[in-house]
Design a protein around this ligand. Structure first.
Ligand SMILES: [Zn+2]
Ligand SMILES: [Zn+2]
Length: 364
């Protein structure tokens, strides 16, 4: 039997014919990167290929890398293998990687969501024979509300805090959630302030030509009274730190898909939990996989075992594969009492290379 076009190795997803890897976690010569989150974009590769909108964030996070960027729909050929990128809808610049050789097509989803968040290029289904998918939220209990409803809740909560003279801190990841929050806040309520880690990412995206709403970086000079009338966007790493406590009294809201399950809110001591995710929910996953028309589907991370079983039951040819992806909202093993593990997992996508200087807590 001929070798499959893509294989799962201990360095990452490998294309032997084209001699490149997709989202490898060990150093390789040629890496194709789905998006700039830390569990997909590692430092140490010789050459990088990514989407144009990931460019400045990758430089900021990984330092001086040898990077080539392309647009969605553009094709690069390596040893006869055609590589192209399609929107994954996960974060700004996230791409599904389509690989074709001698009429056989594989698509690597990376992380994705099917709902349009108004800021990431919306997810596009791509026809293929083999689809490599995540399934972070691959359980029927995960079903996202329309984004407009979520942000009505967020804005009402913020308005109430301003009326009560309480500061508002909203927590989300620095790449993805932070910009999604920023673009959906009602700016008639007040000004948007940012933690340094978030503002650094915003600046990288603005250098990349992304139009974001105005923000003000919080510094030691920021007036507590003024900040209290606005809203602060902060990364998960700032929760419970002296940095956050100095804005007290404050109400703290946490945005995560995990807020859908009992206990998550309590564990993070959030005053408000907003169920918001940059990953597809159950219906999103099933419909995305179905839309590819694929013969085989490979599940990389999330509820892989149960989701694979379900897909096989409804007639797909599915199997679990081992990868090192997962981070941010991607811990599939949360159970009551696993605080430590959960926090470790949650910090993974937020972590960036020291070369980028984006160390958590380094900014005031
Ligand atoms: Zn991601
Ligand atoms: Zn990921």
């Amino acid at each position: 039997m001929a070798k499959p076009l893509l294989e799962f190795t201990d360095r990452g997803i490998y294309c032997a014919q084209g001699k490149f890897y997709i989202d490898p976690w060990k150093p390789v010569d040629d890496a194709v990167i789905t998006h700039a989150h830390a569990d997909h974009a590692y430092v140490g590769h010789k050459n990088y290929l990514a989407h144009h909108l990931s460019k400045e964030v990758l430089y900021y996070r990984l330092g001086e890398i040898n990077l080539r960027t392309i647009e969605y729909g553009e094709t690069v050929t390596k040893n006869g293998v055609q590589i192209s990128m399609y929107p994954a809808g996960h974060v700004i610049g996230s791409a599904q990687i389509r690989v074709e050789y001698k009429g056989v097509v594989w698509v690597v989803s990376g992380d994705y969501k099917t709902d349009d968040d108004g800021i990431s290029t919306p997810f596009e289904p791509v026809k293929c024979h083999h689809f490599i998918s995540e399934c972070t939220f691959g359980m029927p209990v995960y079903s996202w509300k329309p984004q407009s409803e979520i942000f009505t809740d967020v804005n009402n909560w913020w308005r109430g805090n301003v009326e009560n003279g309480v500061a508002t801190v909203i927590v989300g990841y620095s790449l993805g959630k932070a910009q999604r929050i920023l673009q959906n806040l009602d700016l008639d309520i007040g000004k948007v302030y940012t933690h340094g880690v978030i503002e650094n990412t915003n600046e990288a995206l603005r250098r990349n030509g992304v139009m974001l709403n105005p923000t003000e970086r919080i510094t030691s000079e920021s007036s507590k009274e003024e900040v209290r009338k606005g809203i602060i966007i902060a990364p998960p790493s700032s929760v419970g730190t002296p940095w956050m406590r100095k804005f007290g009294p404050y109400s703290f809201g946490y945005c995560s898909g995990w807020m859908a399950i009992r206990g998550a809110k309590r564990r993070r001591a959030a005053d408000r939990g907003f169920i918001m995710s940059d990953h597809a929910d159950w219906n999103g996953l099933v419909s995305a996989i179905d839309a590819t028309g694929c013969e085989c589907v490979y599940l990389t991370h999330g509820y892989t075992a149960s989701f694979t079983r379900y897909l096989n039951e409804i007639g797909f040819n599915a199997r679990e594969v081992h990868t090192l992806y997962g981070g941010e909202e991607e811990d599939s093993t949360i159970t009551e009492g696993e605080e430590v593990k959960e926090e470790n997992e949650l910090s993974k996508e937020e972590k960036v290379s020291p070369i980028g200087g984006d160390l958590e807590g380094a900014a005031p």
